[in-house]
Design a protein around this ligand. Sequence first.
Ligand SMILES: [Fe+2]
Ligand SMILES: [Fe+2]
Length: 348
Amino acid sequence: MTAQLTNGPAPTPGSAAAGFTLLCVDDEPDIVDNLFRTFRKVYTVLTAASGEAAVELLKSRSVDLIISDQRMPGMTGDEVLKAARVLQPEAIRILLTGYADLESLVKCVNEAGIYKYITKPWEPEQLRLTVTRAIEHLDVERRLKVAAETLKDAYQDAVTMLSIACEGKDEDTGFHVNRVQHYTEVLAVELGHGKDEARHMGLMSILHDIGKLNIPDAILKKPAKLDPEEWAVMQTHAEHGVRILGDNPFYSMAREIAGCHHENWDGSGYPHGMSGEAIPLSGRIVKVADVFDALTSRRPYKEPWPLERAMDFLHEQAGRQFDPGIVAAFVRLSSAGEISCILQRFQG
Ligand SMILES: [Fe+2]
Ligand SMILES: [Fe+2]
């Protein structure tokens, strides 16, 4: 039982229908022929003379819309569309059925997620319109997806550009923000966040020190210990960060992180002396990631600490600077080799 591959003429370039492929499935040659003639001028039309042949075809050819008859010997229409849903979930599924097939229709709606059913005998114009609308809908959805991806790339680039600008002020950081981003992301996953949420938190952590743009170079790049007055100025970078990040809801987590990444679990941090779970989780996570990275990096005033020594420090400060639950998660990730993997990947 083989599929018959029948291509219609090339669609008009630039038309909404250009490049779309239909698959028509029916065991009755007259019906397949009728469907082929209805759509061949606008779309590429493939045909299959049985459900089995249609499924075989779907394994190798990408299609945009499937029209299948319900009553066929062997695989029935609902079974074909159910298989199509697994093989090509994006393809629109339309069932041709008689009124008597109500039971299979209900099954088809529930299990095969069909877009529409057309009752036999159908009005050619009604079928043509149904297919046209379905394809237009698919086209709009695809364009929106591309636009959303483009916007996502643009905002990720904007975040990276800001962090590069910030690194220019604070040259010693090297790959610091990249490592903090990835420590933050794996920590968020380890603490039970979903992948997307964790990725967003990681990305937003890049901006944790953006407020340093407001700190004079004489303080930021001073090769010696800061005096109390200078230290007070340095601490203002947390609040400058919150201000720079504005009030767009999209950057609310970045503001949270910029404002809270120097708060301590025991309330001894800055700028507000918040403690425990009153400190937003994102701030507590980035705190651990940021300090760990500062310890294991080379700075003008110190050599990088070995990983074991930095881990000892995290243990020692759990419950003081750090949320003990986050330190425990960091220890698990370190034992699994994830921390040293990030450390090696982003070497300054
Ligand atoms: Fe900071
Ligand atoms: Fe930092």
